[in-house]
Ligand binder design. Structure first.
Ligand code: URA
Length: 234
């Protein structure tokens, strides 16, 4: 955006007054005084100061759902794998942050936004938003063990290295190796650690939903903006 346009939006001064403050050398961009109104700035990443005050324009926050495929990392800088933001074609994608990371080998619903307060609400265990995971286990589980796991998970279990029990959660089996687990918190590797607690291993993990947000209509690797109702539930 042109600097003069940015200034009139950010300060609500007239175009003429903006010209004056520019000509007086009162405006700096990333620490350098700029007098030329036609100078182009990136209104998200550049810092524009007037009399020691950082100016900003409301750009409107973005809220997205991505159907994360396996083989992508939930991080901002690629290490071993490509990163999830590589899959999203929106401007300034690197200003998006992730709410509730998924492991590289996990697929499913991933929320991203540039609204820090909202991201905090999504991940806060105090909000008790249900997250539904579908999992495949390495070893078949017999009926008695299924019942024991369901009961213990409903009461909460103490994971290795933790002092407190997990929050009550709902486990149901589809067959002896496939189950659905609904959690209202998000400890590190929680699903895999919960199954390890029972001596089993998760070989496939998929997050089907977060609150009311499902992946309906999205293919792996696709993303969409959230609706106002979806945003408002957190
Ligand atoms: N729990 C896990 O163990 N991994 C995930 O990716 C998400 C939840």
């Amino acid at each position: 955006m042109r600097l003069d346009k940015f200034l009139s939006k950010a300060t609500e001064l007239s175009r003429n007054d903006c010209k004056k403050i520019l000509h007086r050398g009162e405006i700096s961009v990333n620490g350098d005084i700029v007098k030329d109104g036609s100078f182009h700035i990136d209104e998200v990443n550049d810092e524009v100061d007037w009399a020691g005050e950082v100016l900003s324009v409301a750009t409107g926050n973005r809220y997205l759902l991505l159907y994360k495929p396996e083989g992508f990392e939930c991080t901002l800088k690629a290490k071993e794998y490509p990163i999830v933001t590589d899959l999203i074609a929106v401007p300034e994608v690197l200003s998006l942050r992730i709410a509730g990371r998924l492991d590289v080998d996990t697929t499913g619903a991933l929320l991203l936004s540039d609204d820090g307060a909202w991201l905090h609400r999504v991940t806060s265990p105090k909000r008790h938003q249900p997250k539904v995971y579908e999992l495949t286990l390495a070893d078949g589980v017999n009926q008695d063990t299924q019942e024991r796991m369901i009961k213990e998970i409903a009461k909460g279990i103490i994971l290795e290295g933790e002092k407190d029990k997990t929050r009550p959660a709902t486990l149901s089996f589809v067959d002896d190796t496939h189950a659905t687990l609904t959690l209202t918190e998000g400890k590190y590797h929680q699903v895999k650690r919960m199954m390890a607690h029972f001596g089993n291993k998760v070989v496939e993990l998929h997050r089907a939903s977060i609150g009311t947000i499902t992946l309906d209509g999205l293919e792996k690797g696709e993303s969409r903006f959230l609706t106002d109702d979806e945003i408002g539930q957190f």
